[in-house]
Design a protein around this ligand. Sequence first.
Ligand code: NAP
Length: 326
Amino acid sequence: MGNDQKPTVVITGTTSGVGLYAAKSLIDRGWHVILANRSVGKAETAANELGFPQESYTIMQLDLASLTSVRQFVANFRALGRSLDGLICNAAIYMPLLKEPLFSPENYELTMATNHLGHFLLCNLMLEDMKKSTYNDRRMVILGTVTHNPDELGGKIPPRPDVGNFDGFAAGFKAPITMAKGDKFEPVRAYKESKVCNVLTMRELHRRYHTSTGITFVSLYPGCVADTPLFRNHYPLFQKLFPLFQKNITGGYVSQELAGDRVAMVLADPEYKQSGAYWSWGNRQRKDGQSFVQRVSPQARDDENARRMWDLTMNLVGLGAVAAAR
Ligand code: NAP
């Protein structure tokens, strides 16, 4: 809460798509939203275009690819003096056509660095802020996707994610290592594996901290939002045909507004209070519009995997020494 008595939620990546409409939905529900973005100007333009009331949001700079930026963001948030009542890890990049890997300022492969390492550090640092909040229903939400899960129709398309035994993480994950497993760079797998790590992070946060803190840790697949800029790095023809395919053939398409509402529901509505859950509305969008708790992929539900990912990622983001001292 701030002086305005509104609960406060941090949302990463609100310049477009799911995060932007989740912010809108939460503002409509009476939340104050902290819009955490790498481009403050772009975030302001998007907020203006959707007509967010000035007093309902605060824009703050956060580049998730940079661990230094994540730490600075948390320090800046603390200086605001608001309590942290909700956190939505939404931002992501997807660069399927890359021939060569790109690297973050800390020299980690960029997709894994942005989608997983940045959010992992953010969740761990902001857990301390959320513990201090007196709000009666605190939640952390991490966006998943169907493509993390080969058990589902939408997850069967190759290449499938394969984090193996996280040997790439164990070897330090710095260039020239680019994949969690330490094998050859494959950009689509890098995205899917970052999403496996997102789900493992949510499950491990739940296992470690739900009982002691009362915080709800939760994830979701909001549906196939086939026309967000997430696909901006794909072939133009794909960008044209994919929404049509999802609307007319698979029936998996959902609008950005509906996907944003779903994220807001999982953050704020009483029905979604179950910690450790992964919510879905189905691959083909159930006719009754009902959500359900879905089983996550074999790699993402493996508890040993979760522990190994956690310990190795703690080292990669510079929290290993903190963990050892606990
Ligand atoms: P989007 O429209 O491309 O939005 C991604 C957001 O992430 C943008 O605001 C982008 O900001 C931000 N971002 C990228 N790199 C960043 C960085 N280094 N630091 C901070 N912010 C950064 O994508 P979307 O479709 O809404 O996806 C949002 C989430 O939903 C993702 O987690 C995705 O995996 C998940 N999801 C999407 C779909 C789908 O069909 N679209 C399906 C399932 C799950 P910039 O403007 O600066 O790039």
